[in-house]
Design a protein around this ligand. Structure first.
Ligand SMILES: [Zn+2]
Length: 224
């Protein structure tokens, strides 16, 4: 506890450190696939939609354009307030989703796995008008919220290689672009396994986490 003076006033700054709980040994993982329409889809086939958020953002973008055209002082002030409001809204949605996923993980003694983000841009094929949405989309924020909340709850959190998670068959391993004939559907060309593509991606993320975790926690073997 320290006292600090600023602008002639004295403030009491109390820092309170809450010890983080020990990370437990998970019985399994929840794989989380992040997307645009479905903000997050888990390997449990639960999806958290971003449609409301999408609608809100395009409405906001129209309002913004209107204010930008006016370009007056008051319009600029309102513009800044609108940007702030949008940001708060997105943060609120990400907060809610990550809280729910971490709660489920904790309750079922599982860890959380997400795709490592850097390659997500290459992986997701987008129409031209969606590209701007993705670059501003709070994928990173959702990951950061998940990581932070997981740490506070002692839930294992792991990021895995994101390559081909939407084209790989989790049953037989066959990987081909044609396994995903449409944006929403997956059908393995070799073994016929079919399902929603976001769920399949979530399952692939989970499977990768299983082997990654086994590797991380493997006892060190000494060479003979
Ligand atoms: Zn297959």
């Amino acid at each position: 506890m320290t006292w600090s003076s600023g602008a002639g006033k004295w403030y009491l700054i109390a820092t309170c450190e809450i010890p983080e709980p020990k990370v437990y040994e998970p019985v399994d993982f929840i794989g989380v696939d992040r997307g645009i329409a479905n903000l997050a889809t888990t390997s449990d086939a639960v999806n958290y939609q971003g449609r409301g958020l999408l609608r809100y953002r395009s409405w906001s973008a129209r309002k913004r354009a209107e204010l930008q055209r006016r370009n007056t002082r008051s319009a600029n002030r309102r513009l800044a307030r609108r940007a702030e409001k949008e940001h708060r809204h997105a943060t609120h949605v990400n907060h809610r989703i990550s809280k729910e996923i971490v709660a489920v993980a904790q309750r079922t003694a599982r860890g959380i796995a997400v795709e490592q983000l850097d390659e997500i841009r290459e992986r997701v094929r987008l129409r031209g008008d969606q590209r701007a949405t993705l670059s501003s989309w709070p994928f990173h924020q959702l990951g950061a919220h998940l990581a932070y909340k997981a740490r506070q709850a002692g839930v294992p959190y792991i990021e895995v290689d994101p390559s081909y998670t939407s084209q790989r068959c989790p049953h037989c391993g066959h990987t081909e672009r044609a396994n995903r004939p449409t944006r929403d559907h997956f059908r393995c060309r070799r073994c016929g396994l079919a399902g929603l593509s976001d769920v399949v991606a979530g399952v692939n993320v989970r499977n990768r986490a299983r082997s990654a975790w086994a590797f991380v926690t493997m006892p060190v073997l000494s060479a003979a």
